[in-house]
Design a protein around this ligand. Sequence first.
Ligand SMILES: [Zn+2]
Length: 240
Amino acid sequence: MPGRPHASTAKSSSSFTTNAYSSISAAPNAVGDPSRPPGLVVVTFRILVGAGLGFYFFVVFCIARASLGGFGMSTFLFLKCAAVSLIMGAFMVWLAPFLELPEIWYRHRLPSKRLARGECPDCGYPRAPGTTRCAECGSERNSPPPWQFGARTIRLFAIVATVSFVAGCGVALAWIAADERAFVREASLARGAYSRERAWPMQFAPLAIDDAGTLSAPTIAIEGERDPNWRPRRPTGNVE
Ligand SMILES: [Zn+2]
């Protein structure tokens, strides 16, 4: 970084090493973040969490579509399935802090461990007893910066969740359409009434075609009938 002031500790014979270091990492006393996690770790981690979320949306969308019954996809059905996926997505909000695990580790946990070992929290160089300033990087930090849940975490989660939602629903649409196309092909080979389960994860819902060639996929209802005379009872032997 040309033109940027180096660590002010660069005075004596150690100036070469200090300069070499500060040209690699950010100058310690600048506004930059010395304990920033490696970009590859951050990107890989977010992709993994996003993929997990996308898979969740895919499964929810497929199950919603199969439960609603019928063959093919209309705008109304699509909106219904997307709405169900969105509502079910609320259960995944707890993943928001999880997305920032690399930051929590590199900015908080790792500096804490280094301090506990008597090392500089920013670069890990052993700190001489009684000193408050790192001889290597010049950091004067004596406690790790705390991790805080805030607008940044929510914004990050919103971005990852939106991409996962769109991808999950899109893949589910293609998956359901491919399964139904495959069913029509199989039915034409079967020549007559034919029925089978939908593809994973919708095996609970059947697809069928009758002798007249009418395609059908029944709405999945909860089995069994409710007894209208049933009333909750007090446990016996527990009368007050
Ligand atoms: Zn240091």
